[in-house]
Design a protein around this ligand. Sequence first.
Ligand code: GLU
Length: 437
Amino acid sequence: MSVRVRFAPSPTGNVHIGNIRAALFNWLFARHAGGKFLLRVEDTDRERSTDEAIRTLLACMEWLGLDYDEEPVYQSRQTARHVAVAEELIRKGAAYRDAKGGGGECVIFRMPKEGRIEYTDLVKGTIRKKAEDTQDFVIVRSDGTPVFHLANVVDDVDMAITHVIRGDDHVENTFKHIELFKAIGAPLPQYAHLPMIVNNQGKPYSKRDGAAFVGEFKEQGYLPEALFNFLLLLGWAPGDDREVLTREEMVQLFTLDRCKSSAARFDIKKLVWMNGEYIRRQPREVFAAEFVSRVRAAGLSTEGADLAGIMDQMQIRTKFYSEIPASCAYFFTDDFPFDAKGVEKRLKAEGVPELLDEVAEKYAALPAFDLQSTHDVLAALGEARGTGLGSMVHPVRVAVSGLTEGPGLFELLVLLGRDKVCARLRQVARRLRDGAL
Ligand code: GLU
C-alpha cells in the first residue's frame, strides 16, 4: 500500500507555525516513503476562508518548499457528498435524526455504548477511552451543513489517506473519527499526533509569545530553509546530535518513530542561531549578491574596500540580512554612526583620548600592519599600563567602527587598513577632547 498523507488546514489568513509544522511532517513522511503528499483546504468556514486567506496559505507552502502532489481538494465543494454519507449512515442505523431546540432536524452519529475505543498512535502509543465516556455527536447541522468530524473523515476516505499526521489537539477527536471510519466501512488510517508547541511557561505557543505566523518570520528576515529546519526539530530529532540538516538528509532520516511525544518548547534564540547557520552555509555568490545589494541600497560605495575579506567576516556572523549594512557600514564610509552606549562605556573614560593617540602613533610606525603586529601593540600597551589587552581592545573597536561588536578586532583593523585606522583613532581622540562625541 503506498503512502498517501495530507495537510488539511482551515485557512484563516494567517498560517500558525503549529499548522505548518504538521504540513512539514506530512511532506517529509511522504517524500521519505516515496508516497503522495496531498493538500486539502478545509474551507467550510466561508467567512474566514476567503480567497485571500487561501492565497496566503499557498504562498507560505511555496515559500517553505512544501510542494504537493495532485490537485488540492477544497472541502467546501464536497458538501453534497458529506451529506450523502450522513444519509447512508442513517440508513445503516449508525446515525439518526433529531430535532434539537426546534430549529429543524440535525443528524447525530451514534457512538458505541460499551467496551472501549482504542488506537495505536505512531507517536503517542496506545490511546484508549471507555465507550461510556463518549457521547453521540452532531454530524450534520439543522441548516444542512456537515460538521468538521464528518467532512474530515469522509474526505480522508475519499482521498484514500493512509496516515493522518496532525497536531495533538486532535487526539480526542480521533475517537469520533475512528467510529465514523468503521461505520462508513472504510479502512482506518494510521494516526500520528504531534506534540504541542509550547512557550517557556509550558503553555501553547501563541501570538502573545512573539511571532507565531509564517508570514511574520518571513518579514523578519528568516530564511525559509532555517525556519523549516527549526520547525522540524520541534518534535523530531535525527537520532544523533546533528541540528542543521540538508533537505535531502531530512527526507532520508525522517521516520515517525523519531518524533517526540512530549511538548516541544519554542526557543526563539535557537531559531536566530539557526538562521545564522543557514546564512553561513549559503554559497558565497548567494551571500555576496544579498550583501552587496543591501550595502549599495544604503547608498554606500564598495569601491576600494576589500569586499571579499569583509564578506568572509560578515558571512560567518550575520544572523539576519536586515542587519546589513548597519553591522558593517564603517567598512564603506568614514561617516558611520556611533553606538551611544558604546561611546559612553568605552570612550568616555579617563585617558581614552591619550590611549587612542598613542595607539595611532604606534600603528603608524609599524613596519607591517597585520594581525600579529596590531595585536602585539595593544598587548604591550595593556601590559605597560597594567590593564591587560581587553581594556585596549574595546575603545579601539568603538573608535574605528562605532560599534561594540563585530569581527575580531585585528581582522577588522587589517581589513580597514592602516590609514583609515590611524585617521579614525586620531579623529575620535580629538572629538572626545573637544566634547564633540
Ligand atoms: N482543519 C483541521 C485543522 O487544521 C484538520 C485537522 C486534520 O489534519 O485532520 O486542525
